[in-house]
Design a protein around this ligand. Structure first.
Ligand code: S3P
Length: 188
């Protein structure tokens, strides 16, 4: 299926740490033949530091401001799949509502238990916000704050134990389904 059939200009993946935004985004980029950019990696590339280093040396506010700038610039691109950082949608008001026209937003929904399991077992990167005594409790707390905002995405996909490629196929199908990018984006 050609990506030129899609009425959308870009896909914006949102969701908690460990929801698989990077892996699903990479698969989806391949399927659509669009670019894929992981915002966290782009922040690290531009800062010349890892995210834990930025948190440690400059603090969370500095990270959020860099994350905001990098995401804003990437959202100007077309034919791109973006994996945003888990805290981006809630780090400033109105981010989901303010996505540029033509942006199809997708929430990869994961339970706090599954997110912590994946972060622990993955070869993945450190998550400074979860380096606390009770990571599961903190994940639950953050998710409760963030879910109302994540849920404003056009599409919610339950991650569960579904492989990234299947999730990407599901998203592609829905992306091709939708009408004009100008249609009302959400209920309530
Ligand atoms: C964060 C999520 C991380 C990264 C940073 C903060 C958050 O990205 O941006 O550690 O606030 O949830 P991932 O969602 O890609 O892990």
């Amino acid at each position: 299926m050609s990506s030129t059939l899609s009425p959308w200009l870009r896909v914006v993946l949102v969701g908690f740490m460990g929801s698989g935004k990077s892996r699903v985004g990479r698969e989806l980029g391949r399927l659509l033949d669009w670019a894929f950019v992981d915002v966290d990696r782009e922040v690290e590339r531009l800062a010349g530091r890892t995210i834990p280093e930025i948190f440690r040396m400059e603090g969370e506010d500095a990270f959020r401001s860099l994350e905001g700038e990098v995401t804003r610039a990437l959202l100007e691109r077309e034919q791109i799949v973006l994996a945003t950082g888990g805290g981006w949608p809630t780090a400033a008001p109105g981010r989901m509502e303010g996505l540029p026209p033509g942006s199809f937003s997708v929430w990869l929904r994961v339970s706090p238990e599954e997110a912590i399991r994946r972060i622990r077992t993955g070869r993945g990167r450190a998550r400074p916000l979860l380096e606390v005594e009770d990571p599961l409790g903190e994940a639950r707390r953050l998710l409760a704050l963030r879910e109302p905002v994540y849920s404003r995405a056009h599409l919610t996909v339950e991650v569960g134990k579904v492989p990234p490629r299947s999730l990407a196929l599901e998203i592609r199908e829905r992306l091709m389904d939708r009408g004009s990018p100008m249609e009302p984006r959400r209920e309530g």
